[in-house]
Design a protein around this ligand. Structure first.
Ligand SMILES: Nc1ncnc2c1ncn2[C@@H]1O[C@H](COP(=O)(O)OP(=O)(O)O)[C@@H](O)[C@H]1O
Ligand SMILES: [Mg+2]
Length: 338
């Protein structure tokens, strides 16, 4: 780690040790691949919160620049804005001359910026990868080959569609190769006419922040649709529109605009009346045993192999009631807080 970063950590060590709760911060750092599960276990074994924080910081001090950045991001993510502010001055500059490896766990600063600007939600705190599904969504977007069309992530509520959509674009080479114009995330949900107009107006405002196309918002859905087409064509070519949680076919018609669109929905038929190629990726609602155990092991900070027999029963029970990602993680969060 750079001397500047190290000094900054040392200088603010006391304040950090006093205030941070380590468990969620370590989740973020494990996700970033800068902390191991066994290091996490060691920290967990310390008796008090302050001692846990002290040990974590001691470990980070022995690590590299990426670990410093990961720790900084984790503080921001977990709501420790003031503490992150203390570390801001020490953030090491990672030059692009190191083969473009300015990334933490494959997520480069380029990806972070594009996703942040596009309004893409962050990862859940406890996160497990679903590589096969993400690959399949990426492959289908790839098939669009730069031409207008639709990729539909379809499945029951809580099966992880939104998280998957966000993961699909959390990928440097994919973004760079397929959507160098960036991504724009819209949480659509169930809407009436005025709700939809507001969504469209907000999107147009976002896509035209310097108001170079128009200084007033579109007044009706037709006008908004036209505005959106021009903005996507002229100002944001080669970008991806992500429409999250679409309920109604008529809502989708307002976006049927010669763009490349990724949508998540519980109703496969929402795209029945839109134009262009469509590719569907179905997401199973049932939580697979391995993924279920992986989530459990992250929550209780144990290796999957070391989980007690009860863990298997929990997953079995979950399967019986068709439990999905949302229900299991909600339960675990509540359990964690009690
Ligand atoms: N890959 C994942 N790792 C960990 N938790 C997940 C994952 N995918 C989903 N979840 C959990 O399930 C919840 C529901 O996922 P979400 O993507 O919102 O489902 P959907 O959009 O299908 O309704 C999330 O809030 C999160 O807590
Ligand atoms: Mg969703």
């Amino acid at each position: 780690m750079d001397a500047k970063a190290r000094n900054c950590l040392l200088q603010h060590r006391e304040a950090l040790e006093k205030d941070i709760k380590t468990s969620y911060i370590m989740d973020c750092m494990i996700n970033d691949g800068v902390l191991t599960v066994s290091e996490e276990e060691k920290v967990k074994n310390e008796p008090t919160q302050q001692q846990r924080a002290a040990l974590l910081i001691k470990m980070i001090l022995k690590k590299d620049n990426y670990s410093y950045i990961s720790f900084y991001n984790a503080l921001i993510h977990e709501g420790y804005k003031d503490l992150a502010g203390l570390l801001h001055g020490g953030i090491p500059v990672i030059s692009s001359s190191n083969g473009g490896k300015d990334s933490v766990g494959g997520i480069t600063s380029y990806v972070r910026t594009v996703l942040c600007e596009g309004g893409v939600p962050q990862r859940p705190v406890v996160f497990v990868t679903r590589k096969k599904l993400v690959n399949s969504i990426q492959q289908n977007l790839f098939k669009l080959n730069g031409e207008p069309g639709w990729v539909i992530i379809y499945g029951m509520a809580g099966c992880g569609k939104s998280v998957l959509a966000a993961e699909t674009v959390r990928d440097h080479s994919f973004l760079d190769g397929c959507f160098p114009g960036g991504v724009h995330w819209v949480s659509v949900g169930k809407q009436d006419k005025s709700g939809l107009l507001m969504k469209l107006q907000n999107l147009c405002a976002r896509l035209d922040q310097d108001e170079s196309f128009s200084q007033r918002l579109p007044l009706n859905i037709e006008e908004a649709k036209d505005r959106l087409r021009i903005l996507m064509l002229r100002k944001h070519p080669r970008s991806l529109l992500i429409l999250d949680d679409v309920w109604d076919p008529w809502v989708l018609k307002a976006f049927d605009n010669q763009c490349q669109i990724l949508i998540t929905t519980r109703d496969k038929s929402v795209t029945d009346s839109v134009m262009g190629p469509k590719y569907v990726v179905s997401v199973e609602s049932g939580l697979g045993k391995e993924k279920g155990l992986e989530i459990l092991s992250l929550f209780v900070n144990m290796k999957k192999a070391d989980l007690p027999e009860q863990a298997h029963s929990i997953i079995k029970e979950c399967k019986v009631v068709e439990c999905h990602w949302g229900i299991l993680t909600d339960l675990l969060h509540k359990w964690n807080q009690s």
